[in-house]
Design a protein around this ligand. Structure first.
Ligand code: FES
Length: 197
């Protein structure tokens, strides 16, 4: 008799435990699955962004954010473009062979249109933000400075195409994101599928 009661209790307890386990799985699994659905905000953060450069003066730079990273658009003057040649002998990766950029930016100007440099403003050493130092011979960098970007964290230097100089800790040129010109005055960063240049 007591044997039968014990068997009955055991079955009841086993069923209750299984039910609790099943409910527990449902509660744990629901937030896990929800976290895999990209929110509208997350989608927006990864989406391409359009930048109006129509009012950007020659020699000036615009800063925007794309995917949580700073993107710089520098409108270079003819003099700035000439400075690139002077810097070339002192660069670590002048042809951008070991650097990150789309194929159409693997050139001295590292750009679709030489006038506009589009780069990520993130030092390739440890991720600090380099400072614009566009003036040649800027003594806050060095007397023979050809103009470019200077990272204050550990002294890495980049030319006006974001190409890294030899003898500094940064191992590569500033990265160029994918981009295209939607019109002469508008750049789409994050997508080059409509590239027309
Ligand atoms: S992070 Fe730029 S030099 Fe180290």
């Amino acid at each position: 008799m007591s044997e039968e009661v014990d068997q009955g209790r055991r079955r009841l307890l086993t069923a209750a435990t299984s039910l609790t386990g099943a409910v527990g799985v449902v509660f744990v699994a629901t937030p896990f699955l929800a976290s895999w659905k990209p929110s509208a905000r997350a989608k927006a953060l990864g989406a391409p962004i359009e930048i109006d450069v129509s009012k950007l003066e020659p020699g000036s730079m615009l800063k925007v954010e794309w995917r949580g990273k700073p993107v710089w658009v520098l409108r270079r003057t003819p003099e700035m473009l000439k400075q690139l040649e002077k810097a070339t002998p002192f660069l670590l990766d002048p042809a951008s062979d070991g650097s990150v950029q789309p194929a159409y930016a693997k050139n001295d100007a590292r750009a679709l249109k030489p006038e506009y440099l589009v780069v990520l403003g993130v030092c390739t050493h440890l991720g600090c933000a380099p400072m614009p130092k566009f003036e040649a011979a800027d003594v806050t960098v060095s007397a023979d400075w050809p103009g470019g970007f200077y990272c204050p964290c550990h002294g890495s230097k980049f030319d006006l195409s974001g190409r890294v100089f030899k003898g500094v800790p940064a191992p590569a040129n500033l990265a160029v994101p994918p981009y295209t010109f939607v019109t002469d005055g508008r750049i789409l960063v994050g997508s080059d599928s409509t590239q027309s240049a």
